[in-house]
Design a protein around this ligand. Structure first.
Ligand SMILES: [Zn+2]
Length: 429
């Protein structure tokens, strides 16, 4: 059918819809045409006209509504109708024939891409950037990992926008630690989501993607330290040595955390256990340091001297999810119990993402509650946060951590360049 013919057919459909919108069932024996069947309406609308007068229509006339066609084995007929309909509205053929990337089993991909107890659903180890983006809409063993951090990014952004409308982040310096914290809890899930999306472009890109992921996580630990140092610190620790050096030590922790976690990737193939211990330790260390003031407040509360405990219940939920997150990261459950069963849905890394995000949500609630409820007390004893002590620290740590990532990425970037140069030199010879 030509474009003109298609438009005509659609026009006729629209015309019949005008006066016969609701078809009526008139009884059985529709095909005999004696009093039964559906009144003209859907049937006429589904009829395809022949390309030219006298020529038989390629598709026999539909005498039944769509659901009856399906029941009577008319699926092939319906598919043909749909294809012709597609022609009528002229959707770009390329768009309709997008081929989703092929998936592989564990033994088909290089060792560096393999995950513990995940047997299938691997993407091509040399995927293009477009394939990586497309694969996030295709069910593979990374899809849920991508979305369990991409969607929370938007949730935290939404919460950040709500706070922007109620707090004055521009001029009220008391809110700056919260500003840094909010920025970082938006950045870390987004970076993780990107790392999971683009980690199959090459072995080198996989390492570099996860270097950024680790860098964002260690910066998030800095965001926790800055916000805890200002809002969560116990009253009795205010202006103590630890309070005064809390943020500088946290900067050192981020550098140590990024360095150790990036280094752990180089040990992964040769010493998987050592690599795992090193990476887990790299993240547990700043977590314990950041949480020391909170542990002390909870201990005080258990001893019966609770002060402004509005945010404490949220903090306790956060700790609960933080321990669950750590457990999931190290235990590789449930996939370890049934390798291959949880490849696509329900494996430990997905649960780890969800647990981390839920924990961050409770932590955010706790920090906001403490910031609001302890404002008067804190402002009488502590100097207002400075721009240098908050945004300045964030920028400095960002630059330093990018430097660490650069140091670890350089040999990986240099290696492919060097090998391609050597290959071209060999060709020239
Ligand atoms: Zn992840």
């Amino acid at each position: 059918m030509s474009m003109q013919g298609s438009v005509l057919a659609v026009g006729k459909c629209l015309a019949c819809l005008e006066f016969m919108l609701f078809p009526v069932w008139r009884g059985i024996r529709a095909s005999s045409g004696v009093g039964g069947g559906w009144s003209q309406g859907w049937a006429r609308c589904l009829r395809w006209e022949p390309d030219s007068p006298g020529q038989r229509p390629r598709i026999p006339v539909f005498d039944y509504p769509v659901w009856l066609v399906l029941c009577r084995g008319g699926r092939a007929r319906l598919i043909e109708v749909c294809q012709r309909g597609r022609g009528a509205i002229r959707l770009p053929a390329d768009m309709l024939s997008i081929k989703l990337p092929e998936l592989f089993d564990i033994h088909q991909v290089p060792k560096v891409f393999r995950e513990d107890s995940i047997i299938s659903g691997y993407r091509h180890p040399r995927s293009s950037a477009l394939d990586c983006v497309l694969s996030s809409f295709q069910m593979n063993n990374e899809t849920i990992n991508i979305w369990t951090h991409f969607l929370p990014t938007w949730y935290f952004l939404w919460r950040f926008c709500l706070l922007c409308s109620t707090l004055n982040f521009l001029t009220d310096s008391y809110t700056w630690p919260l500003l840094v914290y909010m920025l970082l809890i938006c950045i870390y899930p987004f970076t993780s989501s990107c790392a999971h999306t683009f980690s199959t472009m090459s072995p080198e890109s996989r390492h570099i993607c996860y270097f950024f992921d680790y860098g964002a996580l260690s910066l998030y630990s800095l965001g926790c330290a800055i916000s805890y140092g200002y809002y969560v610190i116990p009253d009795s620790w205010v202006n103590s040595w630890l309070h005064q050096h809390f943020v500088p030590i946290a900067i050192g922790n981020t550098l140590l955390c990024t360095s150790l976690s990036c280094y752990s990737r180089f040990l992964e193939l040769q010493f998987p256990q050592r690599s795992k211990v090193l990476r887990t330790g790299a993240f547990v260390l700043p977590f314990i340091f950041d949480t020391v003031p909170l542990f002390y407040r909870i201990l005080l509360c258990c001893g019966g001297s609770c002060n402004s405990s509005d945010g404490l219940s949220s903090h306790c939920y956060h700790l609960l999810f933080a321990f669950l997150t750590c457990f999931l990261f190290t235990a590789h459950l449930p996939e370890r119990l049934a390798p291959g069963r949880f490849d696509y849905f329900g494996h430990s890394h997905q649960l780890f993402h969800v647990s981390a995000v839920v924990g961050t949500h409770f932590q955010m609630e706790g920090v906001i509650a403490d910031m609001i409820s302890r404002r008067a007390t804190l402002l009488t004893h502590v100097a207002l946060p400075s721009l240098l002590g908050t945004i300045g620290v964030l920028v400095l740590s960002l630059v330093l951590n990018l430097g660490v990532i650069g140091i670890f990425s350089a040999p990986l970037l240099w290696k492919p360049c060097r090998s391609s140069n050597q290959a071209s030199e060999r060709k020239e010879q």
